[in-house]
Design a protein around this ligand. Structure first.
Ligand code: CDP
Length: 208
């Protein structure tokens, strides 16, 4: 069974994807890490994030050692990831890695922006997770503060809105719900309720 989870920043998609993976005993890939790691390689080399050729080479050359979540989870890297994520050749370079992960025996859970639309259009269950921008900014601010980052709510909200716009407006694999995705608005839901709803959506798909 392949489960595709998409949605904007801090909507809860990562937590839901991790919990679904544990629930069904499936491996999980947070595809945002691929874009974050690509951006990190460029920044480490002092290269421009919008240099399509170098960004594509960085994406092709990603190694497992590039996925240090501690280094990649910061606010700056989220923004940088959305710059490299808008480059079509970067997305193409990361396609096979994601499809191979999804093709494992037994299936997988993947979360990102284009899993249901581009990476796994034939996924067994697709969920598009949303929440109001202010709620997402509150969650992200708490998360970043927990990492010891200095946070200002207004800045976090502005970053989230900027990324929503950039991710939705890009021509290559924009952030959009697949036609057959079920929407899950987590604005008023705590984690347990959101996960319970996600499991119910997957179960309904399996039976249907
Ligand atoms: O947790 P959050 O949503 O803030 O970040 P993320 O999922 O790690 O994604 C960071 C950025 O990577 C996004 O704003 C997207 O621009 C890009 N991304 C993408 O283009 N496609 C994906 N499948 C995953 C992430």
């Amino acid at each position: 069974m392949i489960i595709a989870i998409d949605g904007p920043a801090a909507s809860g998609k990562g937590t839901i994807a991790r919990r679904l993976a544990a629930h069904y005993g499936l491996p999980h890939l947070d595809t945002g890490l691929l874009y974050r790691a690509t951006a990190r390689v460029l920044l480490d080399r002092g290269e421009r994030l919008d240099d399509a050729e170098r960004a594509t080479a960085a994406a092709r050359g990603l190694a497992l050692t590039d996925f240090d979540e501690d280094l990649l989870r910061g606010a700056e890297m989220g923004d940088a990831a959305s710059v490299v994520g808008a480059i079509p050749d970067v997305r193409a370079a990361l396609l096979d890695m994601q499809r191979n992960f999804a093709a494992r025996d037994g299936g997988a859970v993947l979360d990102g922006r284009d899993i249901g639309t581009v990476i796994c259009p034939d996924a067994d269950a697709k969920i598009f997770v949303t929440a109001e921008p202010e709620t997402r900014a509150q969650r992200r601010a708490l998360e970043l503060a927990g990492r010891g980052e200095k946070v200002d709510f207004t800045d976090v909200l502005a970053d989230i809105r900027k990324r929503d716009d950039r991710d939705s407006a890009r021509s290559s694999a924009p952030l959009v719900a697949a036609a057959d995705a079920v929407r899950l608005d987590t604005t008023a839901l705590d984690i347990e309720s959101a996960v319970a709803e996600a499991v119910a959506i997957v179960e309904a798909r399996r039976k249907g």
